[in-house]
Design a protein around this ligand. Structure first.
Ligand code: FES
Length: 245
């Protein structure tokens, strides 16, 4: 061990003195903090309505002051609060359902067919105004419809035709509901022209576009058209009324 000089002995003495003085100061600070914690804990116990699960023990006293929210609590009892909550929730649900129903209903009504379109869906014709042996052309859904009041000779001719050998074989009874009334779409089955009535080689209709001839039952007899004139859906609600559509 080296010999102790005067200066090193002095430094050693100063360090020992500093450590001796620091110990009481640390003890003083610790004691003061514990006192503050204890004071805060006692104040919290006096002012707070909340019993905190943390702290409040001798080992670790709480340093938090939990506020009292008592003044925000509802003065009514729990049942009254539930009834009010259910009433508000139910009212909002009812208002939302009514609004949704009105929105969907308006949307569907807007998407449905308008009055003028519905009016064209069916057409009613008074048959008393059509004399025997005459044609009438009406417009239905943008297409011409031929209505022919056939005579007895025309009915006999239509029924006595050998229909099995025709291009589009069909008996006259399949094309009419009443033999005296022939109802057909006035659209040529070749390329869509409107045939001319009471003309052609078979006394029915003739399409001048490419020369198709239809007989008095609207069946194709000659020319390029492949099919008979189409029969639309129709009915006779009364004896002298025809409804197409
Ligand atoms: S469109 Fe009628 S014959 Fe061609």
């Amino acid at each position: 061990m080296p010999p102790l000089t005067a200066s090193s002995a002095s430094s050693l003495a100063r360090a020992c003195t500093r450590q001796t003085l620091a110990l009481p100061r640390t003890l003083a600070v610790t004691t003061s903090a514990q006192q503050l914690r204890a004071k805060s804990s006692s104040e919290t116990a006096q002012t707070s309505s909340f019993d905190s699960p943390f702290g409040r023990s001798k080992e670790s006293p709480s340093t938090l002051k939990i506020p009292n929210f008592g003044k925000y609590a509802s003065p009514r009892n729990a049942t009254s609060n539930k009834v009010f909550s259910y009433f508000v929730a139910g009212s909002m649900g009812l208002i939302t359902a009514v609004g949704a129903k009105a929105t969907v209903q308006d949307f569907l009504v807007n998407m449905s067919a308008s009055a003028d379109v519905l009016a064209q869906a069916k057409v009613e014709i008074g048959l008393n105004s059509i004399p025997e042996g005459k044609n009438v052309i009406i417009k239905w859904r943008g297409k011409p419809v031929f209505i022919r009041h056939r005579t007895a000779s025309e009915i006999a001719e239509a029924e006595n035709t050998n229909w099995e050998g025709l291009r589009d074989p069909q008996p006259d009874s399949d094309r009419v509901k009443k033999p005296e009334w022939l109802v057909m779409l006035g659209v040529c089955t070749h390329l869509g022209c409107v045939p001319i009535g009471e003309s052609g080689d078979f006394g029915g209709w003739f399409c001048p576009c490419h020369g198709s001839h239809y007989d008095i039952s609207g069946r194709i007899r000659k020319g390029p058209a492949p099919l008979n004139l189409e029969v639309p859906q129709y009915d006779f609600p009364t004896e002298d009324t025809l409804v197409i559509g």
